[in-house]
Design a protein around this ligand. Structure first.
Ligand SMILES: [Fe+2]
Length: 477
């Protein structure tokens, strides 16, 4: 399956506001800092900063990126204190952002869009935008892309310090996966960097020192955005998506147009010992494109893997995918639902069992203390059938009983990934909701035990915000 339209930035001659989701695809060029109005009651135990990252700027000089995932990384920080809530946004001062701001035009290739003056016979040189995930570790904010390099920012001022000075023992792997995992047992942090047929897992201790690097061979090259981790194993869901080198290298197509989705080949799930002391095992599983893993854990000898999978990822690939069409104010295709799947792996057997636990969802979330551990309840954004990955509500699903507690946003409202903020034995679920009908967004604060009751508080922003993909809750110590 493939599709390709204009690979370079195109003139923005579209009417974005024909879709209620227009705020998600609208650049936010100003950097703001203000105290926001609160409606309702902020819980007394909710004290800290919600950081979010995502593309903040899609346009320059009348040209715009082809894809909703493609833009300059912008950190948003919503700091919740007992007497006030403060909103700030700052762009990551990447080389790309800095140079393009000075030139006031696009200068670099990005993953969906060639630079305007690109020679189509040259393969794209994809530039880091630091615009997918954000993680707060050791007085540093790390902003990650899927791709080369990581940037560091000051978590208080949001000033960019520069390329991250991570203690990586082997400098070879430089194409990072945007998602990382933290082990609640020792507060270690694992990043993954790919190199075609291998994944390098790099684990840092709580102080930021590299503890170990384990190289995991893959049974086939696959482009992956996330991975999972149990107490003992790394898990890679090797879906049948790879980069067609002819399109990318020889024909100079943008990366997004060079992906090759081959659903007939099924998934291969690779399980590797976290200390590299046993050879990886490969399991066969039904086809499912994965953006995000929910959680994985050891259950006796078995390994349980929960992830959001798409048999038909038409929101991302194929003709007129949603994530591209929304940039032109159109709905596009997005009928293939994201489904929460549970795959059970038994060592010594290549076959697996798979069960669909919930449908029409994305952006899974579990409390950090349960990452890689047995758990019963997962949080996620819900999506409307036919609307691909655009969040239209939040849900908590009991994975044993199937019980669902959910809240649906209004028809003109779209959310983002919900983030779980623990508060003692309980917790709060935080998500930003754009309301196209009033042209403004708010932070919605839910009691994680009572989602259907609606937000206990809304923090009203003075503007809309672009589709920030991922966030990190950093409690006030
Ligand atoms: Fe992601």
């Amino acid at each position: 399956m493939t599709s390709r339209t204009d690979p370079s930035a195109h003139v923005d001659a579209v009417s974005l506001d024909s879709l209620p989701a227009w705020p998600l695809a609208t650049s936010m060029t100003a950097e703001r800092d203000y105290v926001a109005r609160v409606e309702g009651t902020i819980p007394p135990g909710l004290h800290g900063t919600l950081y979010r990252n995502g593309p903040g700027r899609f346009d320059r000089a009348g040209l715009r990126k082809n894809h909703l995932l493609d833009g300059d990384g912008m950190i948003q920080a919503i700091t919740i204190e007992p007497d006030a809530v403060r909103y700030r946004n700052r762009f990551v001062r990447t080389r790309k952002y800095t140079e393009e701001s000075l030139a006031n035009r696009f200068l670099y290739d990005t993953w969906s869009t060639r630079r305007p003056d690109a020679d189509p016979t040259d393969p794209p040189a994809i530039e880091n935008q630091a615009g997918v995930t954000v993680v707060h570790r050791n007085d540093t904010l790390y902003a990650l892309d899927d791709g080369p390099g990581i940037y560091e920012l000051d978590p208080v001022t949001l000033d960019t310090r520069g390329p991250a000075a991570l203690d990586i023992p082997d400098a070879q792997p430089t194409l990072f996966t945007a998602h990382t995992r933290i082990d609640p047992a020792d507060d270690s942090w694992t990043l993954v960097a790919g190199s075609g047929h291998h994944q390098h897992t790099i684990t840092f201790d709580r102080h930021g020192r590299a503890a170990r690097q384990v190289v995991v061979p893959l049974p086939r090259p696959a482009w992956m955005h996330d991975f999972l981790m149990t107490e003992t194993h790394f898990v890679f869901v090797c879906h049948p998506l790879s980069i067609d080198q002819m399109r990318f290298v020889d024909w100079g197509w943008a990366l997004w147009d060079s992906f090759d989705w081959r659903p007939d080949e099924g998934n291969l799930i690779v399980v590797a010992d976290r200390h590299g002391q046993a050879p990886p095992q490969v399991f066969e599983a039904p086809t499912g494109f994965m953006w995000h893993g929910m959680n994985a854990f050891d259950r006796g000898a078995e390994i349980v893997v929960d992830y959001i999978g798409y048999t038909e990822p038409d929101h991302a690939f194929g003709p007129d995918p949603q994530l591209r069409a929304v940039m032109e104010g159109r709905s596009g295709n997005g009928d293939g639902p994201g489904t929460l799947r549970r795959v059970v792996l038994t060592p010594g057997r290549s076959a697996t069992t798979e069960e669909v636990l919930y449908a029409n969802c994305e952006f899974p979330q579990v409390p950090g203390r349960l990452s890689g551990r047995p758990y019963q309840r997962g949080f996620m954004a819900t999506t409307r059938p036919g609307e691909g990955v655009l969040p239209s509500g939040v849900a908590r699903v009991d994975l044993d009983s199937g019980e669902v507690d959910k809240f649906q946003f209004d028809v003109d409202q779209y959310g983002v990934e919900p983030i779980y903020a623990p508060d003692g034995d309980a917790g709060w679920l935080l998500t930003i909701v754009n309301d196209a009908s009033i042209g403004a967004a708010h932070l919605a604060v839910f009691d994680a035990e009572h989602l259907a009751a609606g937000p206990v508080a809304r923090v009203h922003l003075e503007h809309t915000t672009p589709f920030s993909f991922h966030g990190y809750w950093s409690p006030k110590p």
